[in-house]
Design a protein around this ligand. Sequence first.
Ligand SMILES: [Zn+2]
Length: 104
Amino acid sequence: MAKPKRAERREKDRATAKLAKDLERLWKLGPGGAPERPIVITSPSEVETQARSTRCPICQGELKVEEHVAETRGSARLRVARVVCVICRAPRSIYFQLRATTLN
Ligand SMILES: [Zn+2]
């Protein structure tokens, strides 16, 4: 006996939502996913280049940079790219840290 279509679809939607959540969580554990794990860059211009070459962890869509801001967390000066996926519209932030050239 096949399950009613609607229940089947609901089950699938739930599974998809859970998968998206897992992928997002995993992505946040990677480089740039959190303020504690910034991607090290040498020039602020790399922020947009890197952000644009990053893909949406959920749908592999391109990310559009909506905003590029400077943030200070404790003693760390961070650059944050606020991006949104062009396909699934999921917003996220990618964190960068500018390597101080004087410290090398
Ligand atoms: Zn996406």
